[in-house]
Design a protein around this ligand. Sequence first.
Ligand SMILES: CC(C)(COP(=O)(O)OP(=O)(O)OC[C@H]1O[C@@H](n2cnc3c(N)ncnc32)[C@H](O)[C@@H]1OP(=O)(O)O)[C@@H](O)C(=O)NCCC(=O)NCCS
Length: 188
Amino acid sequence: MTILHTTRLRLEPFAGHHLDGLHDMNGRPEVMRYISGQPETRDQTAAAIARVQRCWAVLGTSWWAFIDLDSGRVAGAGCIQYLRREANPPDDLESLRSNPLEIGWRLHPDFWRQGLASEAAQRMAAFAFESLAAKDLFAVRHPENVSSGRVMDRLGMRYRGLESWYGTELATHVISRHEWQTRQGTAE
Ligand SMILES: CC(C)(COP(=O)(O)OP(=O)(O)OC[C@H]1O[C@@H](n2cnc3c(N)ncnc32)[C@H](O)[C@@H]1OP(=O)(O)O)[C@@H](O)C(=O)NCCC(=O)NCCS
């Protein structure tokens, strides 16, 4: 499990002590509007933490809680994880390894419009390309989720079109390893 750092955040793999902070975010309709469409119950957030802990153990990548260094609060969460076509995860998590990696993010509304999602995304993408040697990094969003699309644009991702992921049609964006390295000035 890997802790990451940015100027304003510490990214910690999900743990039991994040439950209150994560639920304060995932329990809000405005946060879940374009994700599941439903605010999460506390039990659902606890189950998500347990699922994420299994993914870290089996796959070596999953979701982080974003800790705001100033306040110590859970400002958001983000992931590098294997995409899948189906709505539900398979029993055999290892089978996901043949799928592309995706990057994702969400913030508590108190932390919107401060650049924090983009700051965390930059660090998580570096983890995907440098530590996991990803060839490509995908991101998917509800087609009306314009704010999330802007985070993808700022990361240098290209729009591929509507594609079927998680059992639904999602706007799909990608950046290749070469494109990423060129943006960082580290192309091989
Ligand atoms: C998607 C989501 C994370 C985007 O949050 P965000 O705050 O707009 O994104 P960032 O943290 O990168 O902030 C960027 C914005 O802050 C502004 N900003 C203000 N201060 C800034 C600073 N110091 N540095 C950088 N940007 C700053 C930028 O101009 C930008 O605004 P713009 O998009 O209007 O140009 C947020 O809307 C969210 O949590 N939504 C609910 C969950 C969700 O839908 N997740 C995505 C699922 S695909």
